[in-house]
Design a protein around this ligand. Structure first.
Ligand code: ACO
Length: 157
């Protein structure tokens, strides 16, 4: 069922680690798909700390009616000055398939349009669902870097 898909982008702060951790805990299928262990709260704290030191990296909570429903991590001016790259879009598992991921990408495109010429998405692991999603929202497959990284791209011009 499609739901209202207006999302607010809320920058992650040092207080957000528990919220981001909860989102990961609510996405067990994704964690097993990428073959990793469920991150601990401390893992998330360290990761968010690393993000904060990179001024081009944007980590956002996706809020729907004041409730966190997802996480978006992207980097501007990467891999070149005119591009941005999404490294993770994560929608809470029980809310997937309702249009939230698509809404997040469309809102990001609107925000970056005029500043960036290309938007890339890098899919890690054997994540066929994510690859179909990126194609469905208008990205084209560019290349695979080794067996576990697939690059997708959409022009914002
Ligand atoms: N297979 C085929 N099509 C799909 C799939 C799928 N598994 N998932 C979504 N789509 C299609 C939908 O049918 C829809 O098409 P439509 O517009 O014609 O109806 C379109 O993609 C948008 O679907 P949404 O409902 O917006 O997708 P969702 O909210 O579930 O978000 C996402 C997609 C982000 C992949 C989500 O399922 C998720 O968080 N998955 C787990 C984490 C993950 O794998 N994230 C991506 C990692 S790669 C990266 O972030 C660069």
């Amino acid at each position: 069922m499609k739901v209202s898909t207006r999302l607010d982008f809320s920058p992650v702060t040092s207080d957000s680690a528990a919220i981001v951790h909860e989102l990961y805990l609510n996405c067990p299928t994704y964690i097993s798909l990428i073959g990793g262990d469920m991150p601990t709260l401390n893992d998330i704290r360290r990761e968010l700390d690393t993000l904060r030191h990179d001024t081009r990296r944007q980590a956002l909570l996706l809020m729907q009616e004041n409730r966190p429903v997802g996480f978006l991590d992207y980097k501007v001016a990467y891999p070149d000055l005119h591009s941005a790259t999404i490294s993770l879009l994560l929608i809470e598992e029980k809310l997937q398939g309702q249009g939230l991921g698509k809404a997040a990408v469309e809102q990001l495109e609107a925000q970056l349009s005029g500043r960036m010429e290309q938007l890339y998405a890098v899919v890690y692991g054997n994540n066929e669902q994510a690859k179909r999603f990126w194609e469905r929202v208008g990205f084209e497959h560019l290349r695979d870097s080794g067996p576990t990284l697939s690059w997708y791209m959409k022009s914002l011009k």
